[in-house]
Design a protein around this ligand. Structure first.
Ligand code: CP
Ligand code: NVA
Length: 306
């Protein structure tokens, strides 16, 4: 079957990633320049978890490209409970031209893609958040004028956001220094993959259990929540375990004066981050805006050709 999915960053080559960034840059300059590119195409947003950025940016992106969107909350579909993932995939493929799925289990988005006849995009699973990571390197390129050689320090949980960031950075030559508490390091398989790509692209990936070590000499300090959606039961333990991994003024003093601060949002101020994200080095709102420009480039790539 001739369709392309975006379930993991591994679905894209370095060249394809750079193409997406190039298209997004053009679209950011002229947001309505492709007003009919997806005319008569319909995108279903099948979400098991809440969303602000992912949902809205995909909806607006689709409108700007001339297409139509259906937002399907768990109440409508209840995938895997009301009916099987396979039946959802087979049926929905008969109606729409593409699906963005936000799921708890990564296996569900993989199954959806394998049974669907139309492209499936991972709008966040417990393992990856590829659209976020693509948009994040777009922001880094926009702010720094380069990707190769840039140094990103990620402080916090070895979660879905970090997994996709590791892969996308490794594929585009960005160096990554990760700091997590012991036991919260990124998954071994992802790390091994990222190390392999980093070697091919001349970048370095290092994992520490010390936040200060990671942020030293970094160009970007990135963090995400300590308790991801679906991990609410672990909240008490996680807040204790991550105590020394907050991105705050004190930690930022170990970085350079102009080191950027990034966060995929939503932020839990007082937990993983303080009001440093309101300071002049923070680019969090540009980062959020860029989701929309990059979603457009992703949609054009996957749904643009019949
Ligand atoms: N960053 C992100 O994916 O935000 P939402 O959960 O609001 O979509
Ligand atoms: N790691 C977070 C990201 C939210 C965009 C979560 O999965 O809840």
């Amino acid at each position: 079957m001739n369709k392309k999915n975006l379930i993991t960053i591994n679905d894209l080559s370095t060249l394809e990633i750079l193409e997406i960034l190039k298209t997004a840059k053009k679209l950011k300059k002229s947001p309505l320049s492709k007003k009919t590119a997806l005319k008569d195409r319909t995108l279903a947003l099948l979400f098991q978890k809440p969303s602000n950025r992912t949902r809205i940016s995909f909806e607006v992106a689709m409108v700007h490209l001339g297409g139509y969107v259906l937002y399907l909350s768990p109440r409508e579909i209840d995938m895997g409970k009301r009916e099987s993932v396979k039946d959802v995939a087979r049926v929905i493929s008969r109606y729409v031209d593409g699906v963005v799925a936000r799921v708890y289990s990564h296996q569900d988005v993989e199954a959806l893609a394998s049974y669907s006849d139309v492209p499936v995009i991972n709008g966040l699973s417990d393992l990856e958040h590829p659209c976020q990571a693509l948009s994040d390197i777009f922001t880094i390129q926009e702010k720094m004028g380069k990707l190769k050689g840039a140094v990103l320090a990620y402080v916090g949980d070895g979660n879905n956001v970090l997994n996709s960031l590791l892969l996308v950075c490794a594929k585009t030559g960005v160096n990554v220094k990760v700091a997590t508490p012991k036991g919260y390091e990124p998954q071994k398989a992802i790390l091994e993959n990222a190390l392999k790509f980093a070697k091919d692209n001349g970048s370095k990936i290092e994992v520490f259990n010390d936040a200060q070590e990671a942020v030293r000499e970094s160009d970007v300090v990135y963090t995400d929540v300590w308790v991801s959606m679906g991990q609410e039961d672990e909240r008490g333990k996680r807040l204790r375990d991550f105590e020394n991994f907050q991105v705050n003024e004190k930690l930022m003093k170990c970085a350079k004066k102009d080191t950027l601060i990034m966060h995929c949002l939503p932020a839990h101020r007082g937990e993983e981050v303080t009001d440093v994200i309101d300071g002049k080095n923070s680019v969090i709102y540009d980062q959020a805006e860029n989701r929309m420009h990059v979603q457009k480039a992703i949609l054009l790539k996957l749904l643009g050709k019949r």
